[in-house]
Write a new protein. Sequence first.
Length: 419
Amino acid sequence: MTFVSCGEDRTYQYDEITRGNHRIVELLQEYYLWADEMDTDIDWKGYFGNGDAFFKKMLLDKDDWSYCTIDSVVEDKFARGYFNHLNSYGMDFDVIADPTSTTSRSFARVLYVATGSEADKAGVKRGDFISFIGDARVSSGNVKKLVSGDTLNLTVNHLEYDVEEEILFWADTVDVVIGKSGYMEDYPYFVNEVFDYQSRRVAYLMDTRLIRGPYETDSSSVKYRDDMDAIFASYKTLGVNELIVDLRFCNHGEMDMAQRLASYIASSRHNGEVFATTTWRDDLSSNNTIYKYDLSLTNGNALDLDRVVFITGGYTTGSAEWMIHSLQHTMGKENVILIGEWTAGQNVMTAPVATDFHMTLYPVVANVCDASGDNDYPKGIEPTFLNNESSYVYLYEYGSLDEILLLDALYTLFNLGEE
């Protein structure tokens, strides 16, 4: 095919415009787990267009996890709902209809407030209802203003329930001023509590990211890994013998951190057994990796448990799912109890691939399997006991013994085997 204008060969212009998209196809053929299923029968016109859109067009319908980034654009690849790490007021929320059913208005119901964030400093709490942004009522059209921006004036309402009348009503209205948004570290061990319950010592750990360190700022950091070690050392010292790990906000992480946490949890009799494997395409099988339960990672502080409870939700993705699925195979599903909602279903691993065209691709490169070779949960992992916190009137703070999913986890843990 040749471009000709007034007798002049302009093929070089086609090559220049489309070489980035041609390179995307080459790299997918080189690394993509399902490269042999790709449709590469593309005519010359099909190579034109935005690289991001072209990459997505090349992916298989079954692939929900491959993505790409524009190297010149600063963005948070792992934002959760309305929360992001790079420029945020530090909160997440749902947009819901008036829970009192007395109006047709919308409210932003706060689900999560990161410690030290601008929302936290302003006194915004989990369970608050935001009704106004400045002088404008909250709506689907303006709710993104609650994500980031300059100083923000909000109207916050609190809900109460009249037991005698059996009605919900607004108890009070508070004006709140949130400072300008900015970088939010989102420390992964958001809540860490140890308490006695029915003669057992229980640890509750909310883990929002299974990563070694805050790589938004320093890719070599292992601070979070060291902090995990310190947390479990304290559990060992305190004699913890029951563990609840809250992964409802854990939406990304690393395989070796999943392996590490699993090694802290599982009974010592599994030391040296296969925890999980990553399985690449046949022609890339040299990249296959076997991860084992390894007590040497725990510095003698493994809890040596026969059962564990995980709190899960729609954000529970990737490494958190790999760990849960693998522990279920090792310990038995009856001993790896899930409370909450279905997980997201990321049963595969992505890896970064540079394109030299101002894009980085993150194609799916491997299946992540348990010790039996199974990873059949593309629709998510089903909770043992389904419980959607959004159906409750009150959302108590994470770690509070009144918080519904923690309370449900405790009830389940201490009533196993009872009719």
